[in-house]
Design a protein around this ligand. Structure first.
Ligand code: NAD
Ligand code: UFG
Length: 337
């Protein structure tokens, strides 16, 4: 079976993807600088799968470190998760974001090229669609961004399209994730944001565990079912399984393709809150606030390309996502430690 290097493999989506890759029989090597994660995640992966992936504590900005990984291992393909991901922070420290997400990624692509490794799955984001003119969003919709984080995703997509034009032996899948939430059913892996969470689910979970007093709902005057923002939430395990399908496809086909990974269904903030209340058996206090700058009303995916090309579609519903997120949050109130 093929050997897959997973950059950012100790992080939220990367760790769940390692589990699915190992369960599918792949050999997995993890690269992470542990900026936003902990090495103990690898022990948790072993508790679930029986295998602790080989680990390199390496920064993608460190070319020597990267070279060493490719010299020491016969790598067939790379899944590239490593990067910074906080939208608001990217506005305050854009250069840090461009350096990590662009310069770091270019290092990785160059070193892959030097070692003849030309199969890559890249973590892009639905943020590249900006404020879409309509929903569901198809892959050929116009692209734009409203913050440096989003720009790093769009620029990586463009760089990789150019790489393919220069050498059509590459096989590159640009996966545009919608809103990943939830956690491994085992309760051993999940999302543990640092500081005050920006994203909806970790914030709701902290209200449920008593770490926050109430949920701030960013606006209820959008043109949506109840006025609150609508998003396409996708279970992180479904997303991880999508990566296995993507790797399977990429190992067999040359080309460059963008693919949405979502469920195709939109839920409002208040609908998610209601589903979480059912999952945790507690009331989630909330207050309606002004709109959050940069937010859009509605975002959900057209998922037909993933279905046709990868033979993949999401299986879990919003109840599963909230149950599994609560299972993880209640078992790990201080995150993975
Ligand atoms: P995460 O922060 O949990 O995981 C990213 C991992 O990369 C972390 O373990 C971090 O330590 C590591 N990392 C960061 N910079 C590094 C560097 N220079 N060298 C080596 N390792 C480095 O984030 P996540 O939610 O798992 O997201 C994974 C990828 O998916 C990111 O590229 C993110 O932008 C993208 N994405 C995430 C979401 C989301 O909502 N979570 C949505 C769309 C796209
Ligand atoms: N929301 C609240 N209160 C909160 C947090 C969020 O009401 O405390 C609302 C937002 O206004 C939005 C919805 O919940 O309507 C989802 O917000 P998130 O911050 O969880 O997610 P976003 O859709 O804003 O952004 C996420 C990722 C981005 C990614 C984008 C598109 O954080 O990195 O999805 O995929 F680019």
């Amino acid at each position: 079976m093929a050997t897959i290097l997973v950059t950012g493999g100790c992080g939220y989506i990367g760790s769940h993807t390692c589990v699915e890759l190992i369960n599918s029989g792949y050999d997995v090597i993890v690269l992470d600088n542990l900026y936003n994660s902990k090495e103990v995640v690898l022990d948790r992966i072993k508790m679930i799968t029986g295998i602790r992936p080989k680990f390199y504590k390496v920064d993608i900005l460190d070319r020597e470190g990267l070279n060493r990984i490719f010299d020491e291992n016969k790598i067939d393909a790379v899944i590239h998760f490593a990067g910074y991901k906080a939208v608001g922070e990217s506005v305050s420290i854009p250069l840090t974001y461009y350096k990590n997400n662009i310069s770091g990624s270019i290092n990785l692509y160059e070193i892959m090229k030097d070692h003849g490794v030309k199969t890559l799955v890249f973590s892009s984001s639905a943020t590249v669609y900006g404020d879409p003119a309509s929903v569901p969003i198809k892959e050929d919709f116009p692209l734009s961004t409203t913050n440096p984080y989003g720009t790093t995703k769009l620029q990586n997509e463009q760089i990789l399209k150019d790489v393919y034009v220069s050498d059509n032996k590459w096989s590159i899948l640009l996966l545009r994730y919608f809103n990943p939430i939830g956690a491994s059913k085992s309760g051993l892996l999940g999302e543990t944001p640092n500081g005050i969470p920006n994203n909806l689910l970790p914030y709701i979970a902290q209200v449920a565990t008593g770490q926050r007093d109430f949920l701030r709902v960013w606006g209820n005057d959008y043109d949506t079912v109840d006025g609150t923002g609508v998003r396409d939430y996708i279970h992180v395990v479904d997303l991880a399984k999508g990566h296995c399908k993507a790797i399977e496809y990429a190992l067999k086909h040359e080309g460059v393709e963008c693919i949405n990974l979502g469920t195709g269904h939109g839920y409002s903030v208040l609908q998610v809150k209601d589903a979480f209340e059912k999952a945790c058996g507690k009331k989630i206090a909330y207050k309606i606030m002004d709109r959050r700058p940069g937010d859009i009303a509605t975002c959900y995916a057209d998922t037909s390309k993933a279905k046709e090309m990868l033979g993949w579609q999401a299986e879990y519903n919003i109840e599963d996502m909230c149950n599994d997120a609560w299972n993880f949050a209640s078992k790990n109130p201080n995150g993975i430690e």
